[in-house]
Design a protein. Structure first.
Lengths: 307, 325
């Protein structure tokens, strides 16, 4: 197990470097001159421009720029944007918003998804089962963009139940965007739970438990659920990494000042250091949670061995 | 089991659903059981079984009808526009509400909105189909090479795939399109989407190739002197057709939604192109006064995506006997 984790961690390094290189190269190709744009209507003097260019290594060839950036990054230095602000400061300021949004989304997805899935799986082809199947197909088909506007219009504007933008109301303001962000995964969790529960209910050990005369509730909660939730828990774990990097649209529509919004703004403003820094962070989270999940999988299911 | 596939560019919700295909493909024909015996006769019965299953599935018929409807709409939009021209606008009608005469009302410029929404189908479908074609070409090529040759080639290609995989789809496409090296047209958007969307196809094909490459009939073909290329194309890849077909169908929907998202974020298609993403973007500021401006393109977009998701779901149920309870 220890060796497996070590090997996986080692494999993480080239992926992280590769992803940051890829995004660095893409950002490098962004058009326009960020230094000149910095001055706006009052152009900076050539001397200042030259100085800034030197400071941000903009005169170096592309690969050298990247190596210098990577060297700083390894030491925990994310660099500064063109206005002299530490990228790490931006991340520290924006990260809590994204984390809260993700926490809310994951909680919604886990609670509602698992309950719906269990109810559907217990009685296959029953009313609830069909309801879950049909509604999950519909939810999965609604683009998040559309879902965000519908939620904003119906629950924010028409009913006035939720704030439509910003984070002024604390955790409450994350509820609606959290639901929007969670919707697709929720439908998937429900389906996964349903299939898994239905499959496990046919297992020999469940028949044994029933034959022993255990109450139905115990059979389902103590015996079936424990096994059925293994794939569900691992999916939800991996989804944390996915949702953190996938909230650009949600954060844009609901005007949440999180990392997704920050990276979007940075792409528009050609703030290369900010884009590369945040995207690298997204990639790190994604890889990290996937690794955690793979380890968790072996812990939860002793049949799985990593050698 | 060690090679459980993971995906995560799930900026878009449907992508979560695709994980299902992958997990299926990864475990069902995983490394543990390399001797999947798929002969021609069984292939045939798989397809005829599948058709029998499909015929009885309402999802399949709803999905097909919707998809067909939108394809016809993309090909002959004038049939659906009730005689209105999307570019024939009069400011006097600005933001007109839906009426018996003009079912979808008018947009801010006073253009007939039904015509605009109908004409939007073409760009969405072209981008979805074009992007999925590129995804398939890249996925099959890279996946087949990685799975077939194994060893160092496989490691290298798999790591490259991991790198792309870890980048969110919309984010990657956003930067590519913003850089403007491809331009901002239909082809550019399709390529940008495909560039960050091919990884699942690659993994699917790779796992299928690994699953069957050591089977007896491949060894027989090799013994008869068949070249690598022939073995791949004639004997190995046909096994991947079923899972790839399911994946492709759902992915068309995913990519169409992603196109609207990119366009909404301001890096996809640009005016004067007619696109649902542009319509949603223009309508969002008027959400309070004229919600129909967001509603109708959203509805068209959702129905299109739903058509392909339903078709994919139905195909998966039909093609994967393990799912039949």
């Amino acid at each position: 197990m220890g060796r497996y984790v070590a090997r996986r961690l080692l494999l993480t390094i080239p992926v992280l470097i590769g992803a940051s290189f890829l995004i660095f190269a893409l950002v490098y190709a962004l058009p326009g001159d960020p230094i000149r744009a910095l001055g706006g209507d009052r152009p900076l003097s050539p001397a200042v421009q030259a100085e800034l260019r030197e400071e941000f290594n903009l005169n170096d060839p592309f690969v050298i720029q990247y190596v210098k950036y990577l060297g700083d990054l390894v030491q925990g230095d994310f660099g500064t944007d063109f206005r002299g602000r530490e990228v790490l400061d931006t991340i520290e300021q924006r990260l809590p918003v994204t984390v809260r949004l993700t926490v809310v989304a994951i909680a919604i997805e886990a609670v509602i998804g698992i309950i719906a899935g269990v109810l559907a799986g217990i009685r296959r082809n029953g009313f609830l089962d069909n309801l879950v199947l049909v509604s999950s197909t519909i939810i999965v088909s609604i683009p998040i963009l559309v879902l965000a506007f519908v939620a904003q219009f119906v629950f924010g504007l028409q009913f006035g139940w939720f704030p439509i933008a910003g984070i002024g109301d604390g955790w409450y303001s994350y509820l609606l965007p959290g639901m929007v962000l969670a919707a697709g995964s929720l439908a998937y969790v429900a389906r996964l739970t349903r299939t898994s529960v239905a499959e496990n209910l046919r297992g020999d050990y469940v028949r044994t438990a029933r034959a022993k005369g255990l109450p139905k509730r115990t059979v389902i909660v103590r015996h079936t659920l424990r096994n059925s939730l293994i794939p569900v828990v691992t999916f939800i774990g991996a989804d944390i990494g996915t949702l953190m990097g996938g909230a650009i649209v949600t954060e844009s529509v609901f005007n949440l000042p999180g990392l997704g919004r920050a990276v979007y703004d940075a792409i528009r403003a050609q703030e290369g250091a900010v884009v590369v820094g945040i995207v690298t962070l997204f990639v790190f989270f994604f890889i990290f949670f996937n690794l955690v999940v793979d380890v968790l999988y072996a812990v939860l299911d002793p049949r799985i061995r990593y050698d | 089991m060690t090679d459980r596939n993971r995906r995560g560019t799930a900026v878009d919700q449907q992508q979560a659903d695709l994980r299902h295909d992958e997990v299926q493909a990864g475990t069902q024909t995983g490394l543990d059981e390399p001797d999947v015996d798929v002969t021609d006769a069984r292939q045939n019965s798989l397809w005829s079984d599948a058709w029998g299953e499909l015929k009885r599935n309402p999802l399949f018929w709803i999905g097909s009808l919707l998809a067909l409807g939108f394809v016809v709409m993309a090909l002959f939009p004038s049939l659906f526009a009730r005689g209105a021209d999307p570019r024939d606008c009069s400011l006097a009608n600005s933001q007109g509400k839906p009426s018996a005469e003009h079912w979808f009302g008018f947009d801010q410029q006073g253009c007939d909105y039904l015509a605009n929404v109908v004409y939007g189908a073409r760009n969405s479908l072209i981008i979805g189909l074009l992007a999925v074609a590129v995804v398939l070409v890249m996925g099959i090529l890279v996946g087949a090479v990685a799975g077939f040759f194994g060893g160092g080639v496989d490691s290298l290609l798999s790591r490259i795939t991991d790198i792309f995989y870890a980048l969110p789809l919309v984010l990657g496409a956003l930067v590519v399109l913003r850089s403007g090296t491809l331009g901002r047209g239909v082809v550019a958007v399709a390529i940008a989407l495909a560039a960050f969307g091919w990884m699942t196809a690659m993994r699917l094909v790779r796992s299928q190739v690994i699953a069957v490459k050591s089977s007896d009939y491949v060894a027989a073909a090799r013994a008869m002197g068949a070249s690598n290329g022939r073995i791949l194309v004639r004997h190995i890849l046909p096994n991947a057709v079923a899972p790839v077909l399911v994946y492709t169908t759902i992915t068309i929907g995913v990519l169409i939604a992603a196109e609207a998202t990119l366009t909404y974020l301001g890096v996809g298609l640009q005016r004067p192109a007619i696109s649902w993403g542009l319509q949603i973007d223009a309508g969002q500021n008027l959400l309070r006064v004229s919600p129909h401006l967001v509603l109708f393109p959203s509805l068209a977009l959702t129905l299109t995506v739903m058509a392909f998701v339903m078709l994919g779901d139905a195909l998966r149920d039909a093609l994967d006997p393990r799912q039949r309870a």
